[in-house]
Write a protein that binds this ligand. Structure first.
Ligand SMILES: Nc1ncnc2c1ncn2[C@@H]1O[C@H](COP(=O)(O)OP(=O)(O)OP(=O)(O)O)[C@@H](O)[C@H]1O
Ligand SMILES: [Mg+2]
Length: 467
């Protein structure tokens, strides 16, 4: 496609019956559609990251529409789907609208006006409310399985425990549990047990009556009461002080709560969801966590896997973050090499790190394409704890058996030069708000800075984000 107008929108085009002729294609282009024809659902799935719109031709029933809707939902976006039906299949058109198509056109309608208004009607991705359940990504089979399980658990009333490493999506899953439950119209109240001083947690959770203690001028409804009819989410439950664990256990057993300084217990209709990134069994053996509480909250345990164990989520997440944080008026794409790097990286900071990387890339990239040089991964302790790793890797990238000491002793001058170059560049980046500023400080062009960064990255050196 060479003659793109500025306003053209990529539209995936699936027509099992016939292909589009060049005249029709030009007409659609004039209406603002850049056709991306696909032959199978698999190709359609691969193209979703690039599409503004999906256009499908229905052959007698809505089966294809249902398949496509499943794909776009799993993908995490409500990408608008337009259905083409035969002119005499009025009923089918109505059925398609009922099943989620945003618009229907006759299969032989190529008029610029009809397509232009169809495009204008298409809801944009940004109209999908952020944080609504369908904006989360569960594409990899591992994640689909977890989502399925979470939806089933959501139907029950018992407590659930979400475990998983940092940044993997425990908060997200807690939200899914609430949104998929019969309590979805009730409140979702969250508290992070690690974020509050010990003496406040009790008051926050259970509330107090007026005059319960000096300074209690008004009565205060605790979070449990605020969550009536809904879900209470206790994040980082392992950080809950031991004596409060006892109290929490009692509340869960009795389903009643008494405010501090009060004597009339309040009946509770609240579902507890807890989360932790710690191994609670270890905390139990070191007597930091009550075993009986563990049994009570972990009737349903949901494990969120590290991102590296569900690689199928990586690109769909990128595409979602690009559309959440990228410019509204155009679409930012990933170069093939960048996509490869994102898929190969080990993601110690999981989805949160991926989100950071995409946000940084949007700042660093100065075109509509994100390239490998725009990718800056988070700095991790394991790297930071080895300050000489830079030197090691620079001196002997292939056989990195050299210890840091010998690297310094044996290293040629070039090693020292390279390592101080690395340090100088990192220092400049650390003290700059973007890469062009860093390049200016270093007295080199942004282009050579990119090149150097790419070299460092190839050698596995940790790269800092611009401050
Ligand atoms: N499946 C997903 N789809 C879209 N965004 C996600 C998904 N999972 C996580 N995120 C995003 O990644 C970030 C981290 O997720 P979340 O806060 O749920 O992780 P967490 O496991 O609770 O982390 P922590 O251990 O630090 O509490 C959030 O901004 C969240 O919106
Ligand atoms: Mg969390």
């Amino acid at each position: 496609m060479t003659t793109l107008t500025q306003t053209s929108h990529p539209a995936l085009w699936l027509d099992p019956k016939s292909s589009v002729g060049s005249v029709e294609r030009e007409q659609l282009l004039e209406a603002g559609l850049q056709l991306l024809p696909v032959a199978t659902l698999q190709d359609l799935k691969l193209g979703l990251a690039r599409a503004r719109l999906v256009v499908i031709r229905l052959m007698g029933d809505t089966g294809l529409l249902e398949e496509v809707r499943k794909l776009t939902q799993a993908f995490g976006h409500a990408i608008p789907v337009l259905c083409r039906v035969e002119r005499n299949q009025f009923e089918l058109g109505i059925e398609a609208m009922r099943r989620g198509a945003y618009h229907v056109l006759s299969a032989d309608d190529w008029s610029v006006d009809a397509w232009r208004s169809a495009l204008a009607l298409a809801p944009t991705r940004n109209e999908v409310p952020k944080n609504s359940p369908q904006t989360f990504v569960f594409v990899d089979p591992v994640s689909q399985h977890l989502l399925e399980l979470a939806r089933r658990v959501a139907q029950t009333q018992v407590s659930a425990l979400i475990v998983g490493p940092t940044g993997a999506g425990k908060d997200v899953l807690a939200r899914v549990l609430h949104d998929a439950s019969p309590r979805r119209n009730g409140p979702f109240v969250a508290m992070n047990c690690a974020a509050l001083p010990e003496n406040l947690i009790e008051d926050m959770l259970f509330g107090h009556e007026k005059g319960a203690f000096t300074g209690a001028l008004k009565e205060h409804r605790g979070l449990f009461e605020q969550a009536q009819g809904g879900t209470i989410f206790l994040d980082e439950i392992a950080e809950m002080p031991y004596h409060l664990q006892t109290k929490l256990l009692r509340v869960l057993q009795e389903r009643k709560i008494t405010r501090l300084g009060g004597n009339a217990p309040v009946e509770l209709d609240v579902r507890l969801v807890a989360a932790t990134n710690k191994d609670l069994r270890e905390a139990i053996s070191s007597r930091e966590f009550r075993e009986d509480l563990y049994f009570r909250i972990s009737a349903f345990k949901l494990s969120v896997m590290p991102l590296r164990d569900r690689p199928g989520d990586i690109l769909p997440l990128v595409s979602q973050f690009l559309s959440n944080y990228g410019p509204d008026d155009r679409q930012i794409r990933l170069s093939e090499r960048a996509a490869e790097m994102l898929q190969q990286y080990s993601w110690p900071g999981n989805v949160r790190e991926l989100q950071n990387v995409v946000q940084r890339a949007l700042v660093l990239s100065n075109s509509d394409m994100i390239d490998e040089a725009d990718l800056m991964f988070d700095e991790w302790e394991s790297h930071a704890a080895e300050p000489n790793k830079a030197i090691e890797l620079l001196s002997a990238p292939a056989t990195a058996e050299t210890t840091s000491a010998t690297a310094i002793e044996d290293g040629a001058l070039s090693t020292a030069v390279k390592s101080s170059e690395y340090q100088a560049i990192m220092a400049a980046i650390r003290s700059s708000s973007n890469r062009s500023e860093a390049a200016k400080k270093l007295g080199i062009s942004p282009r050579s800075l990119r090149y150097k960064m790419a070299q460092f990255r190839d050698r596995g050196l940790p790269l800092l984000a611009a401050a």
